[in-house]
Design a protein around this ligand. Structure first.
Ligand code: SAM
Length: 277
């Protein structure tokens, strides 16, 4: 039997969208199908979905052949609608009622999985940074962001959008714009355009070596004062910034936005050598 229109599902379960949960629902199953296709291939894959809401994307992922979908939803009002989806795909949908920021993904997946989500914008960045800490767990991420966040993920050095988020994410993943989605496609419409982004983990040998916490520290210090030269912005690390830059061969008068991800990785290694723990 064909699933009910999502507008009816939302009305039947009384899912009046809540701003505090970043609820902007998609009702157009063609558009939802395009999102699932951007994550292809899904056959034989386990998928983590954050914020399934009424379950439209969840269903599209299952239709696209996902072996198992684990959907984490914070709004208990959505659980009955999701139970209806689970009943149509026996044994393939596990719904977890809770906060995606707090879950332990290692306990949910025993093999690398994909993440696909129309993310709640208020927690999109902390969720992405959380997933970046365990890249080996993910085969690929297909995520809807506010366009402004997507622009930061896709930014090149020497541009205004290039910053901490760009470096921390592109150290681990290759980011690609899939397509933009106009605000009018969502209910209620957000204030801005959205962008679907795909993130593919770099092969292990292609990641510039660095300790994640050291990289986080140098990137935070450098972009914390992005208008300043590195010899001055890196002083907030509490060590000899001039020595750090001399050791890495990086121009002390350069600014954070001029450095590539590989430069930041070099700085992180030199920093770790000076401040082991
Ligand atoms: N997937 C649905 C769709 O495409 O129509 C809903 C997407 S809506 C943008 C974001 C969803 O994330 C909402 O269902 C909201 O309740 C849920 N959500 C918000 N914060 C969450 C969190 N911290 N953990 C899990 N789900 C959350």
């Amino acid at each position: 039997m064909a699933p009910a229109p999502l507008r009816d599902v939302v009305a039947r379960h009384g899912l009046a969208p809540l701003k505090k949960l970043g609820q902007h629902f998609l009702f157009d199953r063609n558009l939802i199908g395009r999102i699932a296709r951007a994550a292809a291939p899904l056959e034989h894959c386990d998928v983590l979905e954050v914020g399934p809401g009424p379950g439209g994307l969840t269903e599209a992922l299952l239709d696209a052949g996902a072996r198992r979908v684990v959907a984490v939803e914070r709004d208990a009002r959505c659980l009955a609608a999701l139970a209806d989806v689970a009943a149509r795909y026996p044994g393939r949908l596990e719904v977890i009622a809770g906060d995606a920021l707090a879950i332990d993904e290692a306990a949910l997946f025993h093999a690398p999985a994909k993440i696909v989500a129309n993310l709640p914008y208020n927690v999109a960045t902390p969720l992405l940074l959380k997933w970046c800490r365990t890249p080996e767990r993910w085969l690929g991420l297909t995520l809807m962001f506010q366009k402004e966040v997507a622009d930061r993920l896709l930014a090149e050095p020497r541009s205004k959008d290039y910053g901490r988020l760009t470096v921390m994410v592109s150290w681990r993943f290759a980011a690609k714009r899939a397509f933009d989605v106009p605000a009018a496609a969502f209910v209620p419409p957000p204030k801005v355009t959205s962008t679907l982004v795909t993130l593919t983990p770099h092969p292990a040998g292609a990641v510039a070596p660095a300790a994640p916490d050291a990289l986080e520290a140098v990137v935070r210090a450098a972009f914390g004062q992005r208008r300043k030269m590195l010899r001055s912005s890196l002083r907030s690390l509490g060590l000899d910034a001039a020595r750090l830059l001399a050791e890495t061969g990086i121009d002390p008068t350069a600014r954070a936005e001029e450095l590539t991800v590989a430069d930041f990785a070099k700085l992180a290694q030199a920093y770790r050598a000076q401040v082991p723990y």
